[in-house]
Ligand binder design. Structure first.
Ligand code: ME8
Length: 533
């Protein structure tokens, strides 16, 4: 491979294997995957990390209810998670499980480094604990006596524990949040600044009332707090602290993509841990919003979930990826309904993209014996289409650098929309009737093929299978979808096109709505039957 533009390290949160994942989790992983694929396409040396957060009281409780050991429990769920990512062709470079020895040993070393830096001491914790969030709260932080993050019951806790001197880092954290673009978007930054301004207490980082965790190396009665354990994954997966393969040196610091409710852990506790370890801070923490259903957050414990597998079985992976990336605005919450999703598939994929490809390939077959002709003329309309298409890569890159996936896709669809309008303006079926207009007809066919070739490159990060299918019909090899070729026309003269199946069959929305709701009910019924057994 030639020289890269540099390295790029992106992470997803490591998910709790408490239950099967839903499209909320899929949303975050699909964004990280699209970003990793985009950076690879644009010439970066990328590391993409995901994994599972397997310790803590919540998992211990789930295992107890299922009547199995915590390890057996997580092994089962992790298998379903890995299967989902494989179905979705998520291009991670490493999958870390916090029960793996490589992680357990490294977390103990991290604890010792922080201890030796004088940042850990023993004391007594008196306060409240939210088990679903694995979060400590003081009396004054509770809202109506409940967890301020998830609104659920909290438990009174009184335990001897180890503490991390978080308060020592308060000023540096405030400076980081206030005076840099470390945390994005802006709205998350303001929330975190006011949280820190209220004062940071030292953080309880061990528990002694249950066992499912990494033992504190200096005290076997305690396990390490699950968030200290989990956050460390971003380093331990690369072999920190020894770094035998030089991965930390090469890739750290990372870009952390996380949901808004865990921004606090990533933008306050994690940087303070890194300060204690004397490590460089992450490049950015990017907090995304939630996918809501019926006005509330979709959540494993509430059971109001949309199953990604059901949607993939019916509409394909690329339709789901496109929908998630196109529909929601980064940083904001957004509503999921089957209808919104089905309309996106129909309008954007079946109509706009699918029709453009099938019309173009059919016309090249009909008017040019299936061979892309050379362009011979050029007018303002041709130039407008060419300019929009050849500049789209730059527009896309500027949106992607801000994690604005929806705007990036919108920019590609502006090109697709312009090309569809170009067909209507140029009316090739009229040109084809007049032999004197043959040169003009050739230009139109060439410009359409070139536009579709560029689109097939630009969609690689978001829907690479669709790109392959487009390129097959365009007579182009999928491995030749290279970024640099998205900026010029005139590459396809002489290429043989070949009509194939529609990219996305048009859906009967009403029928799909009925069938989806039935499928969902069936799935819930099987689940509750399974739970009763
Ligand atoms: O928090 N919409 O794990 P988790 C969008 N183990 N995103 C959603 C969502 C929804 N409806 N529901 C969940 C944890 N998520 C910790 C992370 S990282 C060191 C440890 C997102 O399985 C949520 O916002 O509860 C979070 O970012 C992620 O899924 C993992 O949630």
């Amino acid at each position: 491979m030639s020289e890269t533009k540099g390295t790029f390290y992106i992470t997803t949160p490591i998910y709790y294997p408490s239950a099967k994942l839903h499209i909320g989790h899929t949303y975050c992983t699909v964004m990280a995957d699209a970003m990793a694929r985009f950076k690879r396409l644009a010439g970066y040396d990328v590391r993409f990390l995901t994994g599972t957060d397997e310790h803590g009281q919540k998992i211990e409780k789930c295992a107890e209810e299922a009547g199995v050991t915590p390890q057996e429990y997580v092994d089962g769920v992790v298998e379903t998670i890995k299967r989902l990512w494989s179905t979705m062709e998520i291009s991670y470079d490493d999958f870390i499980r916090t029960t793996e020895p490589r992680h357990v040993e490294a977390v103990q070393k991290i604890f010792m480094k922080m201890y030796e830096a004088g940042d850990i001491y023993k004391g007594k914790y008196e306060g409240w604990y939210c088990t679903p969030c694995e979060s400590f709260w003081t009396e004054s932080q509770l809202v109506d006596g409940k967890c301020p993050d998830c609104g659920r019951e909290v438990k009174r806790m009184s335990e001897e524990a180890y503490f991390f001197k978080l308060s020592k880092y308060q000023d540096r954290i405030l400076d980081l949040l206030k005076n840099t673009d470390f945390l994005q978007p802006e709205s998350r930054r303001n929330e975190m600044v006011s949280f820190v301004e209220q004062g940071l207490d030292d953080l309880c980082i061990s528990r002694s009332s249950f066992d499912w965790g990494i033992p504190v190396p200096i005290d076997e009665n305690h396990v390490i707090y699950v968030w200290l354990d989990a956050l460390s994954n971003y380093l331990t997966s690369m072999g920190y602290p020894e770094d035998p393969d030089g991965l930390c040196k090469k890739y750290w610091p990372a870009w952390h993509l996380v949901g808004k409710e865990i921004v606090r852990f990533h933008s306050i506790i994690w940087p303070a841990m890194l300060m204690s370890l004397d490590m460089p801070l992450p490049k950015h923490v990017l907090g995304h919003g939630w996918i809501l259903i019926d006005g509330g957050k979709m959540s494993k414990s509430k059971g109001n979930i949309v199953d990604p597998e059901l949607l993939i079985d019916r509409y394909g992976v690329d339709a789901l990826k496109y929908f998630l990336l196109r529909e929601y605005t980064f940083g904001q919450d957004g509503l999921y309904t089957n209808e919104i999703m089905l309309n996106r598939i129909n309008f954007d994929l079946a109509n706009d993209l699918g029709n453009l490809l099938s019309r173009t390939v059919s016309m090249i077959e009909k008017y040019c014996d299936g061979v892309v002709p050379e362009a011979k003329t050029e007018d303002d309309i041709d130039r407008e289409l060419m300019a929009l298409a050849t500049d789209c890569g730059n527009v896309l890159e500027s949106h992607m650098n801000l994690f604005h996936f929806n705007n990036a896709l919108e920019a590609i669809w502006a090109v697709i929309g312009r090309a569809n309008k170009y067909i209507d303006e140029k009316t090739p079926w009229v040109l084809a009737k007049d032999p004197e207009k043959k040169d003009e007809l050739d230009t139109v066919m060439s410009n359409l093929a070139e536009t579709l070739r560029i689109v097939s490159i630009l969609i690689v990060p978001f829907m690479h299978t669709t790109s392959d299918r487009m390129r097959e019909q365009l007579g182009l090899a999928s491995e030749e979808a290279v970024w640099e070729d998205a900026f010029t026309f005139r590459k396809m003269a002489g290429v043989h096109v070949k009509k194939g199946d529609p990219l996305f069959p048009r859906l009967d929305v009403q029928k799909e709505l009925e069938e989806l709701s039935q499928l969902h009910q069936d799935k819930l019924a099987t689940k509750s039957k399974r739970n009763k057994k």
